[in-house]
Design a protein around this ligand. Sequence first.
Ligand SMILES: Cc1cc2nc3c(=O)[nH]c(=O)nc-3n(C[C@H](O)[C@H](O)[C@H](O)COP(=O)(O)O)c2cc1C
Length: 308
Amino acid sequence: MLSVKIASIRMKNPIMPASGTFGYGEEMADMIDISKLGAVVTKSTTLKPRKGNPPPRICEPDAGMINSIGLQNPGIDVVMQEKIPFLLKFSVPIILSISGSTIDEYVELARKVVEKDVNRLVSGLEVNISCPNTEKGGIAFGQDPKIAAKVVGRVKKAAAPNLTIIVKLTPNVTNIVTIAEAVVLAGADALSLINTVKARAKVRGMDETWLNGGLSGPAIKPIALRMVYEVAKANLGVPIIGIGGIRNTTDVLDFLECGADAVQIGTANFINYKVMIEVIDGLRAHMVEKNYSNITELKKGLKDGSER
Ligand SMILES: Cc1cc2nc3c(=O)[nH]c(=O)nc-3n(C[C@H](O)[C@H](O)[C@H](O)COP(=O)(O)O)c2cc1C
């Protein structure tokens, strides 16, 4: 009933965690039934291990959260050897988020995944060209359509035909549709949006300390909805994964109505660790109540207003 297909990835429902808010699933495995999720999206992984940024790394302005983690992760070798095999037992598609500070690093990451993943355990790569919290690379790749296309074209070549390529877009641009078009032309199989919004706030309890980082949570939901809506309206022919401030089933319905095919939930996991499971149940209950037999019907009902 809830199943969706994101490019060639079949998911039993359209709900997955947003990169960086679920680690590699190890901590969450004790708290929720990961096998109920539509897919798992890992923390963004780099070629070499990264310690991340010094503290403070998070703060809580009104209606959201600012983070500047700096892509702390154990590096692709450990992820392929230890983290991916751990996730395997849940039998959900695994989407590995990758991030580089040069184009060659992205390509090398894709090559390593193809080379080490002999049993095809990973279904797709989410190419993070939108992290605002690293000195080199990250967001800079996602802000220029030519560079974004180059990253995606080369990653696609290295990963094809094994891996679905999802490209994660930044909201910190003048026109997100221009970037979306460029990466789809370069071979992106799906788009995910949005990453965090560049922001600055004083850290509570640390009087004079300011944090520059990425804003997430309810504060960015309207921004994300507008961007999903604009990209969907451009009819690029690839699925859209909506991200930004989702806390409940109503939020998910809003994203579907604006054109998303699936969604990711990030910050809300820190406030209510059961949120993804609750939203999956809520979505199912909504569909039963309104007599929809699949997500396509639900989206149609939401769009043509027959629900209201
Ligand atoms: C603590 C934290 C760490 C994050 N780390 C990553 C990351 O490694 N890679 C990435 O693509 N996005 C990362 N994000 C961004 C989220 O995946 C998501 O795009 C963003 O937070 C918006 O969704 P939300 O409002 O539901 O949190 C991170 C967000 C937070 C709050």
